[in-house]
Design a binder for this molecule. Structure first.
Ligand code: HEM
Length: 145
């Protein structure tokens, strides 16, 4: 039952995370006003909270669920998935800092800054499918060492 509950929580948090990155990417367009910047910053806060929940649910699965930590610690796809997740987290920092900067400046951001933040979100979205490939491979025992 714990395995099922953690699996469901993990999938829900992951879906929400993808949805938020996609929503930010969609909302971030030239001509952004101050209200839209405030909305993006709020959305981004939920992104941070949800990324934390993905980590908690993911590590709880790895440690407490059916297969046990021993299974994952010897799996290359598990570590590749974690590294990709960390990379996505690192790529999310420049947009977060940009939203805070724009909010503090109290003025609409210029189009060049918006394009740069969008570029990082684009990279994040492009890396997401890799997580699914690594997750499916590790769940099936590929990449054991
Ligand atoms: C946005 C990031 C993530 C995505 C998209 C993702 C996606 C997935 C998917 C689709 C599965 C199901 C695989 C299957 O049964 O075929 C899965 C399982 C799992 N994930 Fe994640 N995951 C993410 C982050 C994490 C993190 C940070 C951890 C931390 C340890 C983690 C640990 C696990 C574990 C332990 C399983 C169970 C695999 C099994 O059944 O043996 N995940 N993940």
């Amino acid at each position: 039952m714990l395995d099922l509950a953690l699996a469901v929580a993990h999938h829900v948090f992951v879906f929400v995370l993808f949805g938020i990155v996609f929503a930010e990417f969609f909302a971030l367009r030239p001509g952004l006003g101050r209200d839209a910047v405030a909305r993006l910053a709020r959305l981004d806060l939920f992104y941070g909270i949800d990324a934390g929940l993905v980590l908690v649910a993911g590590f709880s699965r790895a440690i407490f669920a059916a297969k046990g930590w021993h299974y994952y610690e010897h799996n290359a796809f598990f570590w590749a998935k974690l590294a990709t997740f960390a990379l996505i987290g690192a790529l999310s920092l420049p947009p977060t800092l940009a939203y805070l900067r724009w909010q503090n400046a109290g003025a609409a951001p210029d189009d060049g800054d918006i394009k740069t933040a969008r570029f990082y979100l684009h990279l994040e979205l492009a890396l997401f499918p890799l997580l699914l490939v690594f997750a499916a491979a590790m769940a099936r025992g590929y990449g054991e060492f």
